[in-house]
Design a protein around this ligand. Sequence first.
Ligand code: B12
Ligand code: SF4
Length: 528
Amino acid sequence: MKILLYNPDNGVTRNFMPHLWMFLLQALTPSGHEVLLVDGNAQPMDEAGIAQFVRDNNIGLVGIGAMTRMIAKAYRMADAVRATGVPVVMGGPHVTEMADEALGRDGGPRHADAVALGEADATWPRIVEDAARGQLKDVYAPVDAFGQESKPSLKEYPVIPWQSIDLKQFNLVPKAATALLQKIGEGWGTFRIIPVESGRGCPYGCEFCTVTGFFGDSIRFRTNESVVNELLSLKARARSEKGQMAVFFIDDNFAINIKRTKSLLRDIIAAKAQVHWVAQISANLLRDGELVDLIAASGGKWIFIGMESIDPANLKDMNKGFNKPGEYAAVLERLASRNVYAITSFIFGMDNDTVGVAERTLGQVRTWPPGLPIFGLLTPLPATPLYKRLEKAGRLTRPKHWQEFIPFAMAHTPLKMTIEEAHAEVDQGWAQAYSPEALAAAVDSLNDQPLGYRVNIFLARLCFRGIYFPMMGEMAWVKVIAQNRRTIFKLVKEGFTAGAWRGAPARIPASPVPQVEAIETIAQAAEG
Ligand code: B12
Ligand code: SF4
C-alpha cells in the first residue's frame, strides 16, 4: 500500500523546519508499504491538489497531523481526500484532545476515518495493517494489555534513515542559487534544519501549555548513543551533498535533567558529532556555567527561552513562577559570552498585562545581548488548564477559535486591557523589534566580533521577521531588503576587508571559555 503523510501549512507563515512526526512514522511503518511525505510549508497544496496527488500516486491511506492552528486546513484537506474514497487517519495534539470533533461525534461533519490518540509510535504499525486489510477502527489509543495508557520509553528508538530520505522539499537555499553555492568552499548548496528529539515530557505544567498533558510529566530519554549516531548520520548526509545541516533539538526542555544533558553533550563532543544546533531550555536551567560551556562546545548556537513575561505576577498566574525576570539579563550574558544567542519568546494578553507592556518588554530587551525576540498572544489551547479556567469564568470570546484560524487574534478577554489593545501591543512588539533601526543596532552591538556573527544575527532577524510580517512573495523580500539597505551595504563592504571573517575571542569573557579540545578531555575523563 502507498501511504501519504501530510502536514498542512497555516496559510500565513512558513515553517523553516519539517515536522519530526512524519519521519518518525515513516521509519516505524511495517515493511511492504511505501510512504510519501508532503509538508504544506515546503510544498503548498490546496484541496484539489491533494485529491489529485492521491489519485495520481495511487495512495491507499493518508495520515494527517496538525497543531490546533492548522486544524481547520487539516479538516478541509481530509475532506478532499475522503471524497476520493481514500481513508484518512489523523493524529497529533489537537485531535487527541478533540477526537469527537474529528470523527463527527460532536454534531459536526466527520473529517477522519480514524484518530490516533497521543503518541502513536506503537499504534502506527497497527493502523497501517488495519488500513491495508480495510478494517480501520475509529480510535487508536496507546494502551497496554491491561488497558492502561502506555508511553514509549524511547530507549528503543527507530533509526531514521537520513542518508536516503528525499529531503529536496526541505532545502532552505533558493533553487536558483543551489548550483553556484555547491561549488563554494565547504558548500552551501543545501541548508536544512532537521528536527531531532532526545527526550519527551515536561513536569512543569505551565497553565497555557499542551505538553505536560500530552506527553506526561515523567521524562523519557533516548540513549546518548542513539542521538549521537543520528547526528553523525546527518553530518554524513550534509557532507555527501556538499551542503549544511543544522539540528533543532525539539525536546520541550532540553536540559530538564542537567546531569543527563551534560552527559549527552560530552558524548557528542567525544564522538565529533557536533553540528550547529538550536534547543529549547528554560532560563532557570541556564544558571549552570558548566552546562553553558558544554552547549557552546557541542555546537549550540541558539537557545529558545520561553520568557513569556517580564512581570513576576503574570508568571505566577501561569504556573511559571520558576522563571525569574530578574535573572534574564545574566542568563543571556552567560550565553553571549560563549557566542550563543537566544530566541526570547514573550506572550502578551496575560491577566496582569496593561497597555504599554510591549514598550516595557522592549525596554528590557534593548539592554540584553542581541537575540531574536518573538511575540505572541495568550491562546487557550484545548484541554489546557488555561482553557478550562477561562471557560469556567465565561471569558472565552471564541471558544472554538481553531475552526476559523485568525493569526495573532485573541480568543478571550484579558483582564486589564481590551482585546484590541492586546493586539496593538503585539503589533508594536514586532514592529519595533524588527525595524531597520533595531536590526542595525543588533548588528552594531556585535562590532567587536568577526563579521560572521553580525551576518548571522542579521540574517536570522530577517528570517524571524517572517513569522509575523507576511514574507511569502518576492516583492515582500525586495521591500525588506530596500528598507535595510544601509546595514546590508555595511556588511557587504566589510566582507571585502581582509580579516573581517576571522575568529575573535568570545564576546564577554565572564568566565574562561573552554576550547573544544578541553571539553573533549573532560568527556574522556568522565568516560574513564
Ligand atoms: C518543534 C515545535 C515547533 C516548531 C515547528 C514544528 C516543526 N516543524 O517541528 C516551531 C518552533 C516552528 C513551532 C511553532 C509553533 N508551535 Co510548536 N512545537 C514544537 C514542539 C516543541 C515539538 C514538535 C515535535 O516534533 N514533537 C515530537 C513529535 C514526535 O511529537 P508529535 O508531533 O506530537 O507527534 C507524535 C504524536 O502526536 C503523533 N502524531 C502526530 N501527528 C500525527 C499524524 C498521524 C497521521 C498519526 C497517526 C500520528 C501523529 O505521533 C507522533 C509520534 O508519537 C511541540 C511540543 C512537543 N513536544 O511536541 C510544540 C507544539 C506542537 N507547538 C505548539 C504551538 C502552540 C506552536 C505555535 C503556535 C507557537 C506560537 N505561539 O507561535 C507555533 C505555530 C507554528 C505554525 N506553523 O503555525 C503546541 C501545539 C498545541 C496545539 N494544541 O496545537 C505544542 C504542542 C507546544 C505547546 N506549548 O503546547 N513549534
Ligand atoms: S516548561 Fe515549556 S514545555 Fe514545560 S510545561 Fe512549561 S511551557 Fe510547556
